[in-house]
Every structure is written in C-alpha cells, then in structure tokens.
Design a protein around this ligand. Structure first.
Ligand code: CP3
Length: 354
C-alpha cells in the first residue's frame, strides 16, 4: 500500500509530498453525477456498495494518496434523533432545532455499530478494495461544527442562534456540546474499529469566534474528543491512528489550536502556511492550503502557487497537500488532475534536494 500520506501525518520521511482533496468525491466528477442521478444523497450515503464506489472514484480519476469515506457530518446527527434532509438548492435542513432543554434532552447518543452500521459496512468494503492502494480516512464533524447545524437547523451566515445560545444559555450549550462530543468520540472509535486508518475532525465554522471564545467554549470539547481517542487506543494497545484537526478560518486561533493533541492541523488559504507552521511549533504536521477558487487559474499560475505552498511548508515535520476547503462543484476536473500531478512532481524534486 502507498503509505506516504500516513508517514507524512506522523512526520516520518516521505519520497514526495502526498496529496488528497477535501470533498474529492462529489459533483465536479461526472462519474459521481451519474450515480447521483439514480439515488438521492442520503440514500447514497446509506448504501455501502454505492458509497464505497464513489469513495474510490477520485482515487482512480486523480491519483490521490488517500481515500476519504463518502458520508456526511450530519449522518450521526440523524442517528441522534434529528430529522435531516438535504434539499437540492438549499443544502441541509434539520428539525426540530436543538435550542431548548426538551429538544436537547430528547437527543440520544447513538451506538454507531448498530445505529450507523452502514458507515462501518462501507469502511469494511473499502479496506478490502483499497488494500493494495491507498489508506482510508474516516471523519466526523468536530463537536462545534456539528452542533451549529443542530442549533441553526441548517447552514447559516452569521450563526446568530448559536452565539445567542452560548452567550445567553451557557448551560444548555454545554449540555448539547457534551452529548455531541460523546457521540463524535464513539462514532470515530467505531470507524477506527471498522478499519479507518486516519480520522479527520472537520471544524469548518470554528473560525467565527474570537480567540477567547474559541478557547472557552469550543476548544475544550474537540480537545476532549482527541484525548479520548488517544487514551482509548493506548488502553487497547492499538497502533495510534493519526488524527487530523481541520479548522476553517483558523488564522486568529493558531495559538489555541496548538494546545490540542492532534497529529496534523488542517488550515485554509487565508494564512501563509509558513506562518501557521511557525506558530504551531514542532509537534504537528500540516495539511493544506490551496485556495479552491485558484483551480480556475491557468495551469502556469496553478503551478506557481503549488510550488510556493510546498516551499513554504518545507519547515514542517510533515506536509500533506490539500485545498483549504472543499473542491467546488464547478471545478474543471482537468485542473484537479494536473494539480495532483504537479504536487507529486514538484514534491519529489524537493525531497531529492534535501
Ligand atoms: O470529502 C469527501 O469527499 C467525503 C465526503 C464529504 C461530504 N461532506 C459529502 C457531501 C465530507 C467529508 C463532508 C463534510 C461536510 N458536510 C462538512 C465539513 C466540510 C466542509 O465542506 O465544510 C460540512 C459542513 C457538511 C454539511 C453539508 N453537506 C452541507 C452544508 C452540504 C450542502 C452543500 C453542498 O456542498 O451541497 C452537504 C452536502 C454534501 N456532502 C454533498 C457531498 C458530496 C453534496 C450532495 C449532493 O450530491 O448533492
């Protein structure tokens, strides 16, 4: 198996810079659209053979160094007892919103092996099909990013309901975050037991906070999830599966994020990767941080930006090339294919020079 990605996560020597792409399975791929014409998104997530098939599509089409489980961060939320729908133009809609004590008390903590068994089944199929190829990344929303969908009832612009709850009903927010954190921990443990070889926590929206609010209300929960995963694997004498913590708009939060025990920190393009590495210190590998919109540039400019990122990341103990957020549905596939190729070629040259 190509283990370049896992080595870079652990800060071990690698023959070239590994790359995968957030949302690498999805609508910009014709092969994906063909399957989506036949089934809706949730059915796709819940049909292990199909979910496995779309997980592998980008591995075949792009030549990336890791596969990421095809699923969604809202899958465990449905298992907690909320109604989750994905509407064609609107995105996710969740009901009833988790804003009062009764609706939060009503939420259950799922037993993932039985309540979300289709995900574990998908992982098992994938491990077989990928065995000689690339590692499989499992994932979950981080507690906050998961909780904000539950509070807002869907996507949000200014996260008013979430912030109001933190500032006005602190105990209620703590109750919700406690339940979500336990759910996320148990869900990731189950994914690791089923065969996930790395896990990523998506904290896409944590960047909406001031550093102090992030430190007080958001960080303790994600840190708890990471520590529980670590301690559990230690107590079971398991090999530690790398944990990647991705935070959107993290530039103002690096000094808080560096207190977590993840192996890899994922960052977006709003910060120079060299600056992030310096502020994170020696304890982490970094993942990122190409602007998804820069894939609409001419090839020569894409090449220059790739070289800059790889050069600027050379001070990190490990670097996994990625976008700073998910690939956009309108992106030309050829640009993504050549980006992966450019990273591999330039990343190999760099390693040889060292
Ligand atoms: O990365 C991958 O290829 C794995 C699959 C994956 C999906 N969603 C598939 C998906 C992953 C890792 C996610 C994570 C996710 N889901 C996040 C965190 C990362 C991020 O991108 O911010 C969030 C916030 C969600 C919630 C979500 N799911 C939204 C807001 C939407 C609607 C917007 C959109 O892109 O359509 C989704 C739907 C979704 N999740 C799709 C896919 C492929 C599109 C569904 C379709 O086929 O119509």
């Amino acid at each position: 198996m190509n283990d370049t990605f896992l080595k870079a996560c652990r800060g071990e020597e690698v023959p070239y810079t590994p790359v995968w792409i957030m949302r690498q399975a999805g609508r910009y791929l014709k092969q994906y659209q063909k399957i989506r014409k036949k089934v809706d998104f949730l059915t796709l997530c819940k049909t292990p053979e199909l979910a496995a098939e779309v997980t592998i599509q980008p591995v075949d089409a792009l030549g990336v160094d890791a596969a990421i489980l095809f699923s969604d961060i809202l899958i465990p939320v449905e298992a907690m007892g909320m109604n989750v729908k994905f509407l064609e133009k609107k995105g996710p809609v969740l009901s009833p919103t988790a804003r009062d004590e009764a609706s939060i008390e009503r939420l259950s903590i799922p037993r993932p092996e039985t309540d979300i068994s289709f995900v574990m089944e998908t992982i098992k199929i994938l491990r077989k099909e990928l065995s000689t190829r690339v590692p499989l990344i499992g994932f979950s929303g981080a507690p906050f990013t998961t909780a904000t969908y539950m509070i807002e009832g869907g996507s949000s612009k200014n996260f008013l309901q979430t912030k109001k709850m933190i500032f006005q009903k602190r105990d209620l927010f703590a109750l919700l975050m406690d339940k979500v954190s336990t759910t996320v921990t148990e869900y990731l443990k189950a994914q690791i037991r089923a065969g996930a070889q790395a896990v990523q926590l998506f904290d896409t929206w944590a960047g909406i906070f001031s550093p102090v609010d992030y430190r007080d209300y958001i960080f303790p929960y994600v840190s708890r999830v990471i520590d529980e995963l670590r301690n559990w694997q230690k107590s079971e004498n398991m090999e530690q599966v790398p944990v990647i913590y991705f935070v959107g708009e993290s530039a103002g939060l690096i000094e808080e994020i560096r207190k977590c025990n993840a192996d890899v920190i994922g960052i977006d393009w709003r910060i120079n990767i060299e600056d992030a590495i310096r502020r994170l210190g020696d304890g982490f590998s970094v993942q990122g941080n190409f602007d998804p919109c820069a894939l609409f540039l001419p090839k020569e400019d894409i090449q220059i930006r790739i070289e800059n990122i790889i050069d600027n990341a050379s001070s990190a103990r490990g670097h996994i090339f990625n976008l700073g957020h998910g690939v956009l549905p309108e992106t030309p596939v050829e640009s993504v294919v050549s980006m992966v190729d450019m990273v591999h070629r330039y990343g190999m040259k760099k390693q040889k020079k060292c």
